[in-house]
Write a protein that binds this ligand. Sequence first.
Ligand code: ATP
Ligand code: MG
Length: 246
Amino acid sequence: MLYLRNLIYHPTACPTAILKSINLELPPQQLGLIIGPSGSGKSTLLEILSGLAEPTSGGVFWREQELIAEQLQQLAGIVFQFPERHFCGGTILEELRLGHPELGSERVKQALTEVGLEHLSLSAAPYALSGGQQRRLALAVQLIRQPNVLLLDEPTAGLDWSMRQQLVNLLAKLKKDWTLLVVTHDAGDLLAIADRCWTLNHGELLSVDPATLSSGLNQDLRKNSQKAQFIEPPSRQERQEIIESA
Ligand SMILES: Nc1ncnc2c1ncn2[C@@H]1O[C@H](COP(=O)(O)OP(=O)(O)OP(=O)(O)O)[C@@H](O)[C@H]1O
Ligand SMILES: [Mg+2]
């Protein structure tokens, strides 16, 4: 179980705290989803959980033991937003083995199988993969280290509808073996697979029921689609004016 207890992050240069007394509990093999707008503190929270930043006060616990930054770096694997932008290996094999040259071919194969990329050639260039495959490779890069918790920052950002669906299905499969914490500004596809859910606003975390959020979202979608039916299409003359003014 992952616990955050009264976690505060308040850099001295900031007038207010970026993260305000955060409390969270995430059991193993569950997917926790944190939804918050831009600037609410999502990435900052993941940086602390992955041991890249130190909280001002409060702590992160794993199975009742408080962990320091070095231990968190072992415990957690973080997949940053647009992780494919940070690829530096010339081949899939190099990318997977970066920093871990000791990892054998069995572990490489296992990590690629976890994300459904076992059919790819290990000598293929990461940049030559499709957007969805690159996202999967970025997940495999973390899974190969076998962390206890996988942290994902906006995992579906920039993917088209079908790639998003594939990634959501993959995360649903991964949570059978790993503990996942996902942060996003757009809960849409991810709500369906979330076991626990929170909103983050100005650094304040609030627990919400994924089912309630999901039915609210569906109502909004229905309302918007009803509204859309009443929007008159532009007349021929209006269309001509739009074309001319472009
Ligand atoms: N070390 C720091 N010093 C000062 N301000 C910081 C620091 N780290 C983050 N911030 C500020 O904290 C706030 C939260 O940033 P963060 O990147 O965590 O937001 P976010 O929810 O991930 O946003 P986005 O959805 O745009 O990625 C922002 O206002 C940011 O400018
Ligand atoms: Mg962010």
